[in-house]
Design a binder for this molecule. Structure first.
Ligand code: PNS
Length: 152
């Protein structure tokens, strides 16, 4: 399971998803439905962008989930959560979540270091820079870049 908000998916996300697809027989990309946070893209839009940009990996499927990630994993027979780590700053919170998730149901989390060229890329930063007219085309799949341009 590669979970996230994916608002929108970046090349950093796809880097982690693609590498997970090479390591595991089956990978689910899970988009969190967060009722407390309205994103720029709807969950359906994010799922559509993810499905289109992960098409080269036949073992990747895209779904959404609400509530606890561990419940989704348990209900779907998923035994590993994959998270990309960009920098040490990601580690504290990711470790906390990983340990909580293992405590809840025993599901394991595996951390993949993101490729160096995407170590500073985040959806929120990309949205902020794009909103002020900055060029974020190197950090997004072309389809996502176009969708972001259309939104803004
Ligand atoms: O892309 P994000 O926003 O960094 O992803 C965070 C996400 C969705 C992986 C995390 O918030 C999550 O797992 N949310 C689901 C609710 C949950 O299980 N919370 C308890 C975590 S210990």
């Amino acid at each position: 399971m590669c979970p996230g908000s994916f608002d929108p998916p970046t090349l950093g996300h796809l880097d982690v998803i693609g590498r997970a697809a090479g390591l595991f027989e089956q990978v689910t990309v899970g988009v969190l439905v967060n009722p407390d946070k309205r994103g720029l893209f709807t969950v359906d839009e994010r799922m559509h962008l993810l499905a289109a940009t992960t098409g080269q990996w036949p073992n990747v499927t895209v779904d959404s989930f609400r509530g606890l990630l561990v419940d989704y994993c348990r209900d779907n027979g998923i035994t590993a959560i994959i998270k990309g780590l960009r920098a040490v700053s990601d580690f504290d919170y990711e470790l906390q979540m990983a340990q909580m998730n293992t405590g809840l149901t025993g599901v394991d989390t595996l951390f993949l270091p993101t490729s160096a060229e995407y170590s500073f890329v985040s959806s929120s930063l990309v949205k902020q820079v794009a909103a002020y007219g900055g060029d974020v085309s190197s950090y997004l799949p072309p389809m996502v870049f176009e969708a972001l341009r259309a939104k803004l």
